[in-house]
Design a protein around this ligand. Sequence first.
Ligand code: SAM
Length: 257
Amino acid sequence: MNSSTPGIEPELHARRAASFGAKAADYAAHRPDYPEKALAWGLAGAAGTPERVLDLAAGTGKVSEGLLALGVEVTAVEPDEKMLAELTRTLPAVTPLIGTAEEIPLPDGSVDAVVVGQAVHWFDLDRAYPEMARVLRPGGVVAALWNHDDESAGWLAELNALIKTSMSRRWLSDYESLPQHEALEPFEKKTFGHKQPRTAETLVATLATHSHMLVATAEEREAKLRTAREFLDRNPETAAGEFDLPITTTVFRARKR
Ligand SMILES: C[S@@+](CC[C@H](N)C(=O)[O-])C[C@H]1O[C@@H](n2cnc3c(N)ncnc32)[C@H](O)[C@@H]1O
């Protein structure tokens, strides 16, 4: 279901979905991780205790790292070789596989949970849902997570309004539920408070890893990042050294029927 990305045409969708590898090391260094409680809540949606977990669209391993800390066995599936290379460099305990959500390179019923960080919006859900259900054992869980800026911090809402690019759009995590699928129970949703230590310089580096920036023209990107830096340098909450970027982590979970 490409309507998972409302208001974005297929060519741009594909370009954005494939944009991350060009900045894989920056992604690993500057994107936030996920709160342990959020990952644990996602896994707790399974019947029984999950042991074998798939990190789907694993990127550089932000979800995998959190899953390892919860003591489960992790397989990572990711289409971009450069993103997966970052993951294998830092997380040798994870089994890395090149693959997509639409064609998951795992046998039927082989995992207890499929966890997806910041990526369901890139999937063709008509093909990805049946694949996720196929690799899950009955009673296994799909958990989808997103980290988003907590814009109840006024300065962050102001910053985001300033740096919106012509590529910006609304995200699935803004909705009350993910689209349903017959193989899955209805999705449940829960949000968790999170934060990431940043400085003006490192927050600009984080912003530069967002796909709307990666696919914008160099001119638009540089102008927006310059605007961000100028704002952060004059804003009292961010001008002097380290501050916490306030984040809301949204989790949707649904058990396989
Ligand atoms: C924003 S990154 C998220 C990476 C990681 N899960 C995280 O939370 O940091 C999105 C990832 O989805 C991957 N991706 C894009 N389209 C995909 C697809 N159809 N199937 C699986 N992964 C996909 C990209 O290569 C990229 O690594």
